[in-house]
Ligand binder design. Sequence first.
Ligand code: SF4
Ligand SMILES: [Zn+2]
Length: 368
Amino acid sequence: MTSSPRSDTETHLRRSLSALSLHLRQAPEAMRPDVPRFVSYDQLRRTDGTVVGRKKVILMSGGCSVPTCTMCPFTNENNYGLHRAPGALLAQVDAVLARTTGEPDYSMLALYNDGSFFAPREIPVDVRLAIAERVAAAGVTHLVVESLPQFVTGKALGPFVQRLGPVALEIGVGLQSSDDLVRETLVNTRITRPVFERALAAMREHGVVPKIYLMIKPPFLTDGEAITDVVQSVAYVRALGVDGVTLCPTRVSRNTVAWQLYENGQYQPPNLWTVVEAVRRAHEAAAVRVACINLRGSDFESVFPDSCPDCADGIVDALLRYSETGDPADLPTSCGCRPALAAVPLDHGVIVERGLRALAAAGTQVPA
Ligand code: SF4
Ligand SMILES: [Zn+2]
């Protein structure tokens, strides 16, 4: 697959979305305290059938250094826009690793920073390496972090993996889509396919396991196009030899382009039946997981994928079960509300025109 050059209208849409996305983000009124904004414990079934205890932590950070994505809500939750104190990250990690009485046992630590773990502007190199040493000394056997792929280079991975010693490393990468228009313009993330493929090669070279996230129905796609996009994207990452794929149905959160479009009747998150259909078709290429946080959350402000009151909760439960078992028999079959769902090819010209029309109809004031 080679990249096709961007048309002028696509470039215009992309620039407008980048500017709007940054413009809509808001810094908190006061600095949030330097304690992780989320901690949870659960059991994870690994692909080899073993079950491990996992501690999942989201550090209170200064947020993503490239927060251009049209749907990403993370800057609502951290100290985005306020001054960054990298030393505070290390202190948080120390507190996270100090085993306390009564704490559930875990050997896997998922350590997220609402952005890219390997971006030096988010976590300076010395802090990152110190984190590796602390994790290795704490008896953790698996570390999971997330990063944009442009920061996942051999130069960054080499010393980090060396300091981790026997600790296995997994890196989550939000590729979102294999389609250049969908990924670079509609989602508006700063990932090119060559850079993504280079990051995969670097991970392979250093024995790091990639975990790839793909979106279901980013802004401006119809449900039918979203199914095609997921199927193509799963095929693309499978062809690159990746096993771990998680699908993220889009939720709509404040201070994002998706929210602005939704408020003005120009976007709806995917129907839950679209999610089921995308999973069913993706499963033909690979067992996938579904990100449950994007289906139901404790965050009552966000708008989540939905169907009708008779089937919605059952679908969410079934998707979570499927994510656990990888068995398509766990997927729900029908409800009277299920719309006719046909996969629709991605016609870039049509999608770009629709995007520009939606922005105009939403009355968005795109900053210069
Ligand atoms: S790169 Fe990741 S953290 Fe940054 S805006 Fe996009 S989705 Fe959010
Ligand atoms: Zn229904």
